[in-house]
Design a protein. Sequence first.
Length: 586
Amino acid sequence: MTRFSIERLPFDKQSVKEWGDRDPRHRNWPVVYVIDGQSGAPMKGQIYVGETVNAASRMRQHLDGGKKGALQSVRVVVDDTFNKSACLDLESHLIRWLAGDGQFTVLNGNEGITDAAYYDRELYRESFRDVFEELRVAGVFERTIPEIENSDLFKLSPFKALTTDQAVAIEAIVEGLLDDLHTAATTGETRRSRSVVQGHPGTGKTIVAIFLLKLLADIKASSVLDDVDPDSMFSEFFTDDNRALLADFRMGLVIPQQSLRKSVQNVFKKTPGLDSSMVLSPFDVGGGGAHFDLLIVDETHRLNVRANQSSGVRNKQFADNNVALYGADDATKTQLDWIADRSSHQILLVDAEQAVRPADLLPAILTDLVRAADMDHRLYRLASQMRVKAGADYVEFVRALLRGESPGADASAFTGYDLRFFENVGRMRDEILARDEEDGLARLVAGYAWEWKSKKDKAAYDIELDGVGLRWNSTDTDWINSPNSLQEVGSIHTVQGYDLNYAGVIIGPELRYDVASGRLFVDREAYRDGKGKENNPKLGIEFDDDDLLVFIRNIYGVLLTRGMRGTYVYVCDPALREHLRPYFTR
């Protein structure tokens, strides 16, 4: 590959004209450019990335209309080997890296982000890192690529190259939603809809939710002067009619888990068209009094039925919301009912095997949701594995083991994935520390089989195994990125919905194996999550050990699929350890 150059010039008409006349490649060659407001008002801290075969003409168009004309400086990446495909790829990489870096607010829409194959793509992508480093030295980026790609801003960004099934789902959902809005606008009839997106861990359900909101926000705010990639499968949605349909459209993203909700709010603060106030808890929706045109619910399986909540305050809020909505504290009403009553359209992201507490939506409710969406032709299944490099087969391998079935494979089937079994928790911790030093985002996680003593006594150890003392997570919010997380152990409530590079999973003594029957079973006394095993007298439901086994199985299904590059496993119960060792040992 020949050496690229990055040419910088002031972003004004005279400078662009002089630059365009200087080299024929400035008027007829594929390039990528970055326009920023690095200093001075009114566009300080904003940035735009584009690609074109006529840079001089394209920059004049930006200067003649639209908000990009108020930016101050442009950098153009010129390379004799560039072609259209390479430029589209570099443009997408720079947009994703800039959004993840967080120094600038990225003005691009997300409809044109690509990940297409082309000739010599891997060679070009090596040169992209050189382009990045030169831009970083110039102050366009603050952090390195590994730091960016390990950040929540990057992982939860709406600027993602979609898998085929994600793109098909999003296209169909948006098309159906706009058709519903058009019918309502022309006939005056009230239209309601509910779509369900179903997928295993790592298939990108959260990405679909965030991408959808950004896409709809961009359609809503677009104008004829905006740049929409004509080759994008979403370009047809950017019309005057659709802008009018979405003019007063109110949207929200409901996230039941506090930790993940806070992380997504931080992403929305940095994304034009989105706002942190759009990210809501179920209690915000039920008690807020506002009506939404669209609510997207991530981790729908974590919505609650009427059950004992985490605190007296939450119990009162649940009752108050029911009274406000239904005139009485109707025990049959769930947080899903609140969302249905507070919105005209819902998009629900579901994986029933990630429900982890008795208060979560009951399996029958989730089954009915999926069945109804399927009958209405609004069920979209995600299959492509985005998180775990071992692929979808690894997810099924984990779930089969946790069901007590033979998975038909062992660790040798997952070439390139660092899957290990440990006899000593101290050695596993040492390896996790080493992986974090090398790649970042390596953490210990465990099932909830130990009391949280350190919550009140900071000097106490919660987990003591093999002469090693460990403490639970010291914070409930954004634990993975907290200063002490590398020295602590995260629970299901701190990692569900997040990615790690490496997860060291401690399977606690609450999950055991009966050699005689060849079955997994639970030790109820060893399970320390009080809310995770209590009955529901409000609904007259008692949860037996078989029910508890389902929740604990789901918990470990989540924990064992957090690691993108590798998973390390330590098992407390001797019989279960001997049962699982052959499957995790190459």
